[in-house]
Design a protein around this ligand. Structure first.
Ligand code: MN
Ligand code: MN
Length: 404
């Protein structure tokens, strides 16, 4: 196999075609030892770590400055295990740039329950594996009980109490995103916790029952625990005569037609226009090898990203000459502050799938290409020294995933 050092690739000025021709999708760790002493690293180093994001060691020639850490990975953060399931989180504590949103990755095997609880921020979710049953009750005592499967979303508004339980045969795994980067999954309001810290006579009065009714409430909160796999959804729904919530808290995102599709990939959007319950917009982006999510920014919200499959390279433009490039792999989280320019390129051999999540209810992006192609050609030509004939041929509509 032919390997090119980054130096050689970049020196050609035709990096893309050279990489494609050689079947090289990323720079190998061994290229870290360069012939130039000023570019070598003779001291202790960890090739496996360096290979995860090669742009940390040597940025692209167009990069400049340090934007901090734009990538974190669920695979490298502390995991809280229980006998029933587990969860790990990416918050401002281990990902300082993620000020407006925090993420959790949770696994609930069949029967395992995420305890009945609520919290201040809203909870947006994407099911990455299996099936589960979720419940919630709104401020008007309307009920929601629904089953979710891989590719489905759910959304619980802040303060709405809810639960999650794994269904057969193997439960579920999912990603949660909260609209507060400081949120922690370890500090939610748990039903057992409140019972344990309320005087028994107050509980008896509240529910009009004898004082010994709640004698067996567990003395330690449950958080994630084992319970029997629930029966049919119909039976669960039939236990309450209350109406259903006006807008369901779950949404089958994969059933949605993409809002954009080209040979390069597709974009599906779930926001308040089709998922009425949500106040957090999201996009599921699929990009074929070599394809690219175009240069753009989001005018109304920060962007929280979760990489599901494939290998991506993102460039982030922060103004004042600052630009950083970062590589992403499955289970990685990316973050881009509001209105900061970026692109995402599939640099692997497989389809790239990732989620974009926002704190705004309606999805919004501004396309660099649409901007410059919908103002006078002469004006743009005067900035970029591009000839008018070229500008006149560029697409004026938005192309979120650049056609191959
Ligand atoms: Mn929750
Ligand atoms: Mn974006």
């Amino acid at each position: 196999m032919i390997t090119y050092s980054r130096r050689n690739i970049l020196a050609t000025g035709a990096a893309g075609s050279l990489i494609a021709a050689a079947g090289v999708t990323r720079v190998n760790a061994e290229t870290y030892s360069s012939s130039s002493p000023s570019q070598s690293d003779p001291g202790p180093h960890d090739p496996a770590q360096e290979a995860i994001n090669p742009y940390d060691w040597q940025s692209l020639p167009t990069d400049h400055g340090n934007l901090g850490t734009l990538r974190q990975s669920f695979s490298t953060v502390h995991n809280r295990h229980t006998d029933a399931g587990w969860a790990r989180e990416v918050t401002v504590r281990n990902f300082p740039i993620s000020k407006k949103m925090a993420g959790v990755n949770m696994r609930l095997p069949a029967g395992a329950v995420r305890e009945l609880h609520w919290h201040v921020p809203a909870e947006w979710a994407y099911v990455t594996y299996g099936t589960g049953r979720i419940t919630g009750v709104d401020k008007d005592a309307n009920k929601f009980i629904g089953d979710v499967k891989q590719g489905d979303l759910w959304f619980f508004p802040g303060g709405v109490p809810h639960s999650i339980q794994g269904l057969g045969p193997d439960g579920c795994e999912f990603i949660l995103v909260f609209n507060d980067g400081n949120f922690s999954e370890d500090s939610t309001f748990l039903i057992t916790d409140w019972f344990n810290h309320t005087p028994p006579e107050v509980l008896a009065k509240n529910f009009s029952v004898p004082q010994n009714t709640f004698d067996k409430v567990p003395k330690k909160d449950l958080w994630i625990f084992n319970a029997p796999v629930p029966g049919s959804l119909q039976d669960d729904l039939a236990q309450s005569k209350q109406p259903n919530v006006p807008n369901p808290y779950s949404f089958a995102m994969l059933d949605e037609k993409p809002v954009f599709k080209s040979a390069g990939g597709s974009v599906r959007i779930a926001d308040k226009n089709n998922f009425k319950a949500t106040t957090m917009a999201a996009a599921l982006v699929e990009i074929e090898p070599g394809g690219m999510r175009e240069l753009h920014w989001h005018p109304t919200s920060d962007e929280w990203q979760y990489y599901i499959s494939g290998t991506a390279r993102m460039g982030v433009f922060h103004g004042e000459g600052r630009n950083n490039t970062v590589e992403f792999h499955p289970s990685d989280v990316g973050y881009i502050p509001q209105s900061i320019g970026h692109y995402v390129e599939n640099i692997g051999k497989d389809t790239l799938r990732f989620l974009e999540v926002f704190t705004s209810a309606e999805y919004a992006d501004v396309s660099l290409a649409s901007w410059m192609n919908n103002v006078p050609h002469e004006l743009v030509a005067a900035h970029l020294n591009v000839d008018l004939a070229t500008l006149q041929k560029l697409a004026q509509n938005k192309t979120p995933v650049v056609p191959l």
